[in-house]
Write a protein that binds this ligand. Structure first.
Ligand code: 9D3
Length: 234
C-alpha cells in the first residue's frame, strides 16, 4: 500500500516510520510512504500557503490553491482505489474500524491541516473524507496523519506475523481490554506477578485472565461493557 502525505512540515515525518513494524514493512516493500512539501506547489517568492479568513477572525487558514495543485500533481488520475483524507479537528473520529476500511485502498493521500484550519473547499471538493483522531486540540494534522498511517499500515497483509493478523479483526477481540500481563522477575520490588500465571494450570490461567480483563475494562473503559454484554448474549 502506498501513502502520500501533503504537509508544510515534511521533517516531522523523518522519525515515525523509521522504526519497528512500519520500518520493516517499508523495507519489505509492503508499504511505501511519500512525503510531499506543500510549498513545492506555491508560485510566489515567499512560498505562501496561508491567508486570512474571509469575514475576519483569529489566525490564518491553509489556502486551497496549493493543496489542489499538489493533489492534482501527485494524482493526475483519480480512481476508486485511491482515497483522499483530510486530517482536521472537525473530522469524523478515527477508530479501528476506520483503519480497517482505509486499509483496503491501494493508495491514500493524507492532507495535513495547519494554522486555524483549511479553506473549506478542500473538504468539500477535494477530500473524500475528513478525519480527526480524537476530541483534543493538536497544532496540525501531521501527528494525526502519522497515527493513521501506523494504524492502517500494520493491517496490510504480511506486515504482522500471520498468527497476529488473524486476531487483528477488531480493537478488542472479545469486546474487553487485554488482560494484565507480567514478565520476569516474578517479584519486582515486592510487587508479585499473580501466582496463578506461574502455576502452569492453563484452565485456571484462562479463568483468571478473563476475570482480570473484565475488571480492568470495568475500571478503565466502562463504556465498552454494554457492547460486550450484547455480544456475549448472542
Ligand atoms: C477555534 C478552535 N480552533 C483552535 C483551538 C480549532 C482548531 C483548528 C486547528 C483546532 C485544531 C487545529 C489543528 N488540528 C488539526 O489539524 C487536527 C486535529 C486535532 O486538532 N485533533 C484531533 N485530530 C486532528 S486531525 C488534524
Amino acid at each position: 500500500m502506498k501513502f502520500h502525505v501533503l504537509t508544510i512540515f515534511p521533517e516531522i515525518f523523518r522519525g515515525p516510520f523509521e522504526h519497528g513494524v512500519i520500518q520493516r514493512a517499508r523495507q519489505a516493500g509492503l508499504v511505501e510512504i511519500q512525503i510531499h512539501d506543500l510549498r513545492d506547489w506555491t508560485h510566489d517568492r515567499h512560498r505562501t500557503v496561508d491567508d486570512r479568513p474571509f469575514g475576519g477572525g483569529e489566525g490564518m487558514l491553509l489556502k486551497a490553491e496549493p493543496v489542489f495543485e499538489a493533489v492534482e500533481a501527485i494524482w493526475p488520475e483519480r480512481n476508486e482505489r485511491k482515497r483522499i483524507v483530510l486530517l482536521s479537528a472537525q473530522g469524523r473520529t478515527f477508530h479501528q474500524e476506520t483503519a480497517r476500511r482505509l486499509s483496503r485502498y491501494e493508495e491514500l493521500l493524507l492532507i495535513c491541516g495547519r494554522y486555524e484550519g483549511v479553506d473549506e473547499r478542500v473538504a468539500e471538493h477535494l477530500a473524500d473524507e475528513e478525519i480527526s483522531i480524537g476530541d483534543f486540540v493538536l497544532s496540525g494534522g501531521e501527528l494525526a496523519a502519522a497515527v493513521v498511517i501506523d494504524a492502517v499500515a500494520r493491517l496490510q497483509e504480511g506486515v504482522l506475523g500471520n498468527e497476529r493478523s488473524a486476531l487483528m479483526e477488531s480493537f478488542s477481540e472479545n469486546g474487553l481490554l487485554d488482560c494484565p500481563q507480567y514478565t520476569r522477575p516474578a517479584d519486582f520490588r515486592g510487587w508479585k506477578a499473580p501466582e496463578v500465571l506461574l502455576s502452569g494450570d492453563h484452565e485456571q490461567i484462562r479463568i483468571w485472565r478473563r476475570s482480570a480483563a473484565l475488571a480492568k475494562t470495568a475500571r478503565l473503559r466502562p463504556d465498552l461493557l454494554p457492547e460486550f454484554e450484547k455480544r456475549k448474549s448472542v
